[in-house]
Design a protein around this ligand. Structure first.
Ligand code: PLP
Length: 418
């Protein structure tokens, strides 16, 4: 029972340094969040030792009586949270959930329609180096480059022309809500299944701040670690049990072996949290924070520095910053914000003139700071720090001090030791 710092000081030191980084900087990567200590406690539990191939009540291993309880709690809470009749909590990640979902709905070689990666889609929605792009015949739809909104007329045209087996609605970098009823209509007309990937906005859905895709889609997938605020992982949901057998067998034995029951325990805890009033209040601050960022970064002086906000605002937990008129490219802007203590990621803008490793944009999200307790006035200060950092001349030391003041105001994981 040697503690980690004695058994493996090198790994312990890196973990301590990461805790320090998370505490002292402002995390604004839109896909990240801070899991509650109780979630990490469940994830770091003895359940990591247990094999449990199969599903609750139908396992291929003995000794599953307690993991069965945990997994059933997770499934029941998840169904309740999103009003679904079917839920699978075993996918190891969002990409694994997507792989299982796509293979349950379609065969290799079938046509699928997904949002272009360069326009905000995800790798698993048909990128050419991903399983989805390699094994399926992918047709991409886009956002309108004027409005920044998904071009539903193009989607309808492509659906009519290509008659896809599956239409994928969902995104990794898009600041607005999708019209799921319209996606459903287009899918029905084309004879396609509708799969919604709500990985990014699931927490907003759980809080009632974003339309729920479950009633509209045949299958819904998600991650559990972004706005939902749980451990890293994936889930699959469906409004009916029609696809239950196919989805279950696609996850196991189709793509996975033993489920990560320690992570499933952590998922169960996070679903309990997600059903609470405290969580809804946090999601409200998340969306409000993103709106404040959008407003302040469209103000005159930010525009003078060449900073624009794609689609002119946001309805969700992130904004997309367009730097095409700035003297900074995406990488330089990301580095400069990193220098003052704000972590974001560079992101391509639609029809980006620069290569994907450089880009002309930033994706900036508010979930992690909202979890830290940030209120409207704090988000206004962060927005101003970002705007000041992206100006041609900037005072790095002064900006670092402003970042530190905000980090100190909202301590993170105060009870954890390095
Ligand atoms: N789906 C969407 C829309 C995502 O944005 C992501 C992650 O960024 C994923 C799926 C994949 O999740 P994971 O990184 O857990 O595989």
């Amino acid at each position: 029972d040697t503690p980690l710092h004695e058994l493996d000081p090198a790994v312990a030191a890196a973990l301590g340094a990461e805790l320090e980084r998370q505490q002292s900087t402002l995390e604004m990567i839109a896909s990240e969040n801070f899991a509650p200590v109780a979630v990490m406690e469940a994830q770091g539990s003895v359940l990591t030792n247990k094999y449990a191939e199969g599903y609750p009540g139908r396992r291929y291993y003995g000794g599953c009586e307690h993991v069965d309880v945990v997994e059933q709690i997770a499934v029941d809470r998840l169904k309740e949270l999103f009003g679904a009749e079917y839920a699978n909590v075993q996918p190891h990640s969002g990409a694994s959930a997507n792989q299982a979902a796509l293979f349950a709905l379609a065969q290799p070689g079938d046509t699928v329609l997904g949002l272009d990666l360069a326009h905000g889609g995800h790798l698993t929605h048909g990128m050419r180096l991903n399983f989805s792009g390699k094994q399926f015949d992918v047709v991409a739809y886009h956002v309108d480059t004027e409005t920044g909104l998904v071009d539903m007329a193009e989607l309808e045209k492509l659906a009519r022309e290509h008659r896809p087996k599956v239409i994928i609605a969902g995104w990794s970098a898009y600041p607005r809500q999708l019209d799921f009823a319209e996606f459903r209509r287009i899918a029905d007309e084309a004879g396609a299944y509708l799969w919604v990937d709500m990985a990014h906005f699931a927490g907003l859905v759980a809080a009632g701040l974003h339309p729920n895709p479950v009633p509209h889609a045949d299958v819904v997938t998600s991650t559990t670690h972004k706005t939902l605020g749980g451990p890293r992982g994936g889930i699959i949901l469906a409004r009916s049990k029609d696809f239950a057998k196919k989805l279950n067998s696609s996850v196991f034995p189709g793509f996975q072996g033993g489920p990560l029951e320690h992570v499933i325990a952590a998922k169960a805890v996070s679903f309990k949290v997600a059903a609470s009033e405290e969580f809804r209040e946090r999601q409200r601050r998340t969306v409000e924070g993103a709106r404040i960022l959008a407003e302040r970064l469209t103000a005159a002086d930010a525009r003078e520095a060449g900073v624009n906000v794609l689609s002119g605002g946001t309805d969700v937990h992130l904004i997309l910053v367009d730097l095409r008129e700035s003297e900074l490219d995406g990488r330089q802007a990301e580095d400069r914000l990193h220098e003052v203590g704000i972590t974001v990621n560079r992101n391509a803008v639609p029809n980006d003139p620069r290569p994907p490793m450089v880009t002309s944009g930033l994706r900036i999200g508010t979930p992690a700071l909202a979890t830290r307790g940030f209120e409207a006035e704090d988000f206004a200060e962060v927005a101003d720090i970002i705007a000041d950092t992206l100006k041609p001349s900037y005072d790095a030391e002064g900006l670092k001090a402003r970042v530190k003041a905000l980090a100190d105001k909202h301590p993170l994981y105060a009870g954890l030791t390095k």
